[in-house]
Design a protein around this ligand. Structure first.
Ligand SMILES: Cc1ncc(COP(=O)(O)O)c(/C=C/C(=O)C(=O)O)c1O
Length: 362
């Protein structure tokens, strides 16, 4: 039964004794085999298996639920009444849902006009208080730091909150357990989209924890993929005006930049950037070939794999074991972008395009 990640992994998590989990049954998301997508890779550069960790199947539609169940459970155990965070959207949607469930107040600082409608809808529906900030996510995060000094009773549930990474590391546990349960080899490489760098850091923590406990022979190479217009880790410096269609990773000053780079370096992986066109092409391939509809930022992980495997980038050694692409958020979060991409020249035949255009009319 879907009992949530704290119930399933309590022994591996720093949950205060006696704390009653605040949960929506998050975690235990599908690990989907993607053979048709694998065929898109050149035969001589193809790993033995390709799997998709579909985090869009979480209760609020993104991997953020794993971190929020931990953050809200721990906050309430410490007597907090209200939480606050800055967000590009999915953290906000998850914080709003889990705070509502806990009967706690939720304050969200969002970049005005920079958040996908689905996520704003979730946060508003759950009764969160929204403070729009003119500027980017990075400006919103700076604003939150200011608010917290004026209202110390507000618990910060941003990526800075360590409880969140603890919850997010359970996805790495699941990847190892799910591959083993299917008789597959251990994961050889894992691709993730990178914004603040919290999630790739959490996967590194999870794999390292399992390795120390003897449940994993060696850590998979971690590949962090950023959008070309928002790639501070690839460029080696902050990006002042991050630009990308993948609004979830439109971040110029990653909070966990150093730890994300350490995770990549220590596992023999790398960071790389992909264009918005490559992201949207990967989003289409996932939906058309495998029936998996994800928001643009999630597709960056697949775009990164395609780019390395197709040889556009040097330094790709074909992994000798299964490759996992983490799909971090559901496509319904940002359906407008998918519709716009579909309208702007479908690769199908003219009459199909005409039919689709007709179908797409609002
Ligand atoms: C779909 C999706 N994919 C990837 C990322 C990047 O993860 P990190 O590298 O841990 O930041 C996010 C992040 C979103 C926020 O940062 C937020 O919601 O404020 C996301 O929503």
């Amino acid at each position: 039964p879907r009992q949530g990640i704290i119930a399933r992994y309590r022994d591996w998590l720093p949950v205060p004794p006696g704390a009653e989990p605040i949960t929506l049954g998050e975690g235990d998301t599908p690990l989907i085999r993607a053979d048709r997508l694998l065929e898109q890779l050149p035969p001589d550069r193809r790993p033995p298996g390709l799997f998709l960790k579909f985090e869009g199947a979480n209760p609020t539609g993104s991997f953020k639920d794993r971190g929020m169940t931990m953050a809200l459970t721990c906050a309430r155990a410490r007597g907090a009444q209200a939480v606050i965070c800055a967000s590009t959207g999915n953290t906000a949607a998850a914080a709003a849902a889990y705070a509502a469930r806990a009967g706690m107040e939720c304050w969200l600082v969002l970049p005005a006009g920079g958040v996908a409608a689905g996520k704003v809808g979730q946060a508003v529906a759950c009764g969160a208080r929204i403070l729009p900030v003119r500027g980017s996510f990075d400006d919103a995060l700076a604003a939150v730091r200011q608010v917290v000094t004026e209202r110390p009773d507000l618990v910060l549930v941003n990526s800075l909150n360590p409880d969140r990474l603890e919850g997010q590391k359970t996805a790495a546990f699941e990847v190892v357990d799910q591959l083993a349960a299917r008789g597959e080899d251990e994961p050889a490489a894992v691709f993730l989209p990178v914004g603040n760098g919290g999630n790739i850091t959490a996967y590194h923590m999870g794999f390292a924890t399992y390795a120390t406990a003897g449940r994993l022979g060696r850590l998979p190479r971690l590949y962090g993929v950023q959008a070309e217009g928002a790639a501070p880790l690839v460029r080696g410096r902050p990006v002042d005006q991050p630009q990308t269609v993948a609004s979830a990773i439109r971040i110029g000053r990653p909070v966990y930049g150093d730890r994300a780079l350490a995770a990549v370096r220590e596992t023999g992986g790398r960071v790389l950037a992909v264009s918005d066109e490559e992201i949207l092409a990967a989003q289409r391939l996932l939906a058309r070939l495998e029936g998996v509809f994800v928001e643009p930022a999630s597709a960056a992980s697949v775009a990164g794999l395609l780019k390395l495997a197709r040889g556009n980038e040097p330094g790709w050694e074909v992994p000798e074991g299964p490759v996992v692409c983490v799909l971090t958020g559901h496509g319904l979060k940002d359906v407008d972008t998918a519709l716009r991409a579909a309208r702007s020249g479908d690769a199908g035949s003219a009459d199909l395009a005409a039919l689709e255009a007709e179908a797409l009319e609002p």
